[in-house]
Design a protein around this ligand. Sequence first.
Ligand code: KG4
Ligand code: ZN
Length: 338
Amino acid sequence: MSESIILGIESSCDDTSAAIIRDNKILSNIAANQEIHNEYGGVVPELASRAHQQNIIPVVEKAFSKANIQQNDICAIGFTRGPGLLGSLLVGTSFAKSLAMSLDVPLIEVNHLQAHILAHFIEDANPTPPTFPFLCLTVSGGHTMIVLIKDYFDMEIIGKTIDDAAGEAFDKIGKIFDLDYPAGPIVDRLAKEGNPDAFKFNKPRMEGYDYSFSGIKTSVLYFIQKEVRKNPDFIKDNLNDLCASVQKSIIEILMDKLEKASTDLNVKDVAIAGGVSANSSLRKAMEDNREKLGWNIFIPKFEYTTDNAAMIAMVAKLKYERGEFTDIRTTATAKYDL
Ligand code: KG4
Ligand code: ZN
């Protein structure tokens, strides 16, 4: 097939991102993060859509200039159709549709969750890409699931959270510790200076490969309320140890089920994806299993972990090769199954 140059657009939550891919190589991957949400302790949907409106044109222009590509050189536009916040998705979707019409190139819809997983096929994502079938622990602020990937577009969710996502647990527990949103990366940083065995929190007992994170959040909340009554400075005095202990519990919960799935299904190619895959303790646990359990591990580069358009462009490229195009009348969708 002749060379393909594709623009990818991502706007499902609070990052506006655009990327250009040539074959499997990312030429540019630009993101504008919306700091406006930090003071609210979570993403405010209305503010997110407005910020996408402001950011989308400069971000796309920057993606073209960094890649040194002219608009007329692209052969398709990929965009996140869902899942995500509807108002946010609408900005990227409408922009992608308009540009596709004006450049007269095909439009390609992308499932955000598939994109987190298929980011592993970006040229510089791994020394060698995973081989099918492989398992992928997909962990973000909105999703936590173990997916069996049988082929690029043949994926089966074998376990998922029944309540909070792992990223949400990091963020909500961080909020109890009075940390800014998103707390996940802050907890990760503070945990490096703390003792992971300082405090113990209850772990859920779940059947099969499903997860639950609301229990640990409640257990941390009650523990903190009790301790703060005795010592109002308890959080401040123990912040690093609290972060290290919470992180240890969350990562153990995630890894227990992933290890069980790998053993039961006898699948040794194991990947992680999504925002929480940036977590240093999760990365270390994966590395340990390379030795301990003989896994071939696939850990995304940092720039491909949190929301980014490179992964959207990658999926668009795979669909472009298959001739899978999207009707211009398509609409964004908040829910979108794998
Ligand atoms: O994939 P993502 O950027 O957006 C969603 O699709 O949700 O994931 C964002 C989530 C947030 O909950 C954030 O706290 C978490 O990923 N996160 C982390 C780390 N970096 C991002 N959680 C733990 N440790 C990190 N280093
Ligand atoms: Zn995401």
